[in-house]
Ligand binder design. Structure first.
Ligand SMILES: *Cc1c(COP(=O)(O)O)cnc(C)c1O
Length: 446
């Protein structure tokens, strides 16, 4: 067996090339330990690549790393030795964050990017080249829809299906399909992907399933365990949680059997077998497109993740309480997963660990009334982020979906009278009161 270290200037894949069983440097062992979510986040052994004495990874706020002699640096570049050379390609603080999320998702390798969009674009460009086709759900994040439109000019075509389920994917999957892509809980449509069913159809056609699980977080679901091949996060949202750093993450399950005659974009990486995606993403696409995260932002996000479980618990409880109360108001309609009338209600137990997530949308009848309600809120902030500990609202049609067509917006659950609420950790009584007051006021003024 030949041991070989892969990864240009970073601790990345520790692959035994003659065995199918690739070990991964990043595969932290703590999720296999016999402890629960919050305990394993806090006490997992994820801190490799730095001196181990610090309780948190030091912020290696540097561009590059110095070596004792030229041979040592050459070995890093030649992938003969692990090490960091240049922060765009790898950095110990960023690696600590990668290891933590990789372990949380139960992945075989993770690559951190400068934003969620960098994660989505890099993951798809790792798999697709000109002439290839993507199948995607149409209820996607607005930026992702626009990215897929940009891909048309590179010769990568997307077939949108109204809902990403087995039936719809089976109807459009073709010889040209290279990847199926969708969001686990659509933002803000709140349409839930049946991951095992969609993965089964994709796998029948030797195509991987890539899931954007930003709005679900690993606290609600671990898509790799449900059958997905790659998971993506905008860590700017729930992972970071406090709204202080943009970031993204790509986690590779390392289980997909790439057919390199089909996936030509990965052909040069065929020697890495099931880790070919990770190796290409890391050494080629992410480092050459250059959308890396800053070490400080990786650090802030790492610290944020420590409280993910606690925050999600509280956020989901608040969101459900707010949704249930607002649902009693006759002149508005509420879209939230735990409400019995939600079309994807069944997935709460089946796929989402019993939770409905932190986002709800309400429709209030008109754009004018939506603005009035938003402008009358006392505590809740008007902002375009989501997943913050503070409750945030936005009118998505005039902002996030402004540059999308009406059809694209409506497929994503965005209408002229829709308000998106990203629920925080406040006291739920105050939140409910704030919304009821604002809604009441708008009624009076009508
Ligand atoms: C916000 C978001 C993105 C984009 O992430 P950024 O960090 O803003 O680049 C992608 N997908 C989903 C589902 C999102 O909510």
């Amino acid at each position: 067996m030949t041991d070989r270290l892969v990864g240009h200037g970073c601790c990345f894949v520790h692959g035994r090339l003659n065995s199918r069983n690739f070990d991964c440097f990043l595969l932290a062992d703590f999720m296999t330990q016999d402890c629960r979510f919050n305990t394993s986040i806090l006490h997992g052994k994820v801190s490799r690549g730095y001196a181990q004495r610090e309780l948190l990874p030091p912020v290696s706020q540097v561009t590059s790393f110095q070596y004792e002699n030229m041979e040592a640096l050459e070995n890093v570049f030649a992938h003969r030795a692990p090490g960091f050379a240049y922060t765009r390609i790898g950095n110990p603080t960023i690696a600590a964050f990668e290891q933590k999320i990789c372990a949380l998702e139960g992945g075989a390798g993770a690559i951190c990017t400068g934003s969620g969009m960098a994660a989505v674009s890099s993951a798809l460009l790792t798999i697709c080249r000109s002439g290839d086709e993507i199948i995607a759900g149409s209820g996607l994040y607005g930026g992702t829809i626009r990215l897929l439109r940009n891909f048309e000019k590179l010769g990568i075509h997307t077939v949108f299906v109204p809902k990403l389920n087995a039936e719809n994917v089976r109807a459009v999957i073709s010889e040209r399909t290279r990847v199926v892509f969708g969001e686990l809980i659509g933002n803000p449509s709140l349409s839930v992907m049946d991951v095992p069913a969609v993965a089964a159809v994709a796998h029948e056609h030797a195509v991987p399933l890539v899931v954007d699980a930003t709005t679900a977080t690993p606290y609600l679901a671990r898509p790799l365990a449900l059958g997905a091949d790659v998971v993506i996060h905008s860590t700017s949202k729930y992972m970071n949680g406090t709204g202080n750093a943009i970031g993204g993450m790509i986690v590779d399950g390392g289980k997909f059997n790439w057919d390199f005659s089909k996936h030509g974009a990965l052909e040069e990486f065929s020697q890495y077998g099931k880790m070919a995606f990770s190796v290409r993403a890391r050494t080629e696409i992410c480092s050459n497109l250059g959308g890396c995260i800053s070490p400080l932002n990786a650090y802030l996000s790492y610290v944020g993740v420590d409280t993910l479980g606690l925050r999600m618990e509280r956020i989901c409880e608040n969101a459900a309480a707010l949704a249930e109360r607002l649902d009693q108001e006759k002149d508005i309609t509420v879209n939230y997963l735990t409400l019995p009338h939600h079309p994807d209600h069944e997935f709460v137990e089946r796929e989402l660990n019993g939770y409905g997530g932190g986002i709800l949308t309400i429709r209030v009848g008109s754009r004018e009334r939506a603005f009035e309600v938003i402008n009358s809120l006392r505590y809740v902030k008007i902002a375009s982020n989501l997943g913050d500990i503070r409750t945030l609202v936005i009118h998505p049609a005039s902002t996030l979906y402004r540059h999308n067509s009406k059809e694209e917006a409506e497929a994503a659950g965005v209408f002229e009278d829709t308000i998106r609420i990203s629920v925080g950790i406040e006291n739920k009584e105050d939140l409910i009161e704030d919304f009821l007051n604002a809604i009441g006021k708008s009624r009076h003024e009508q």
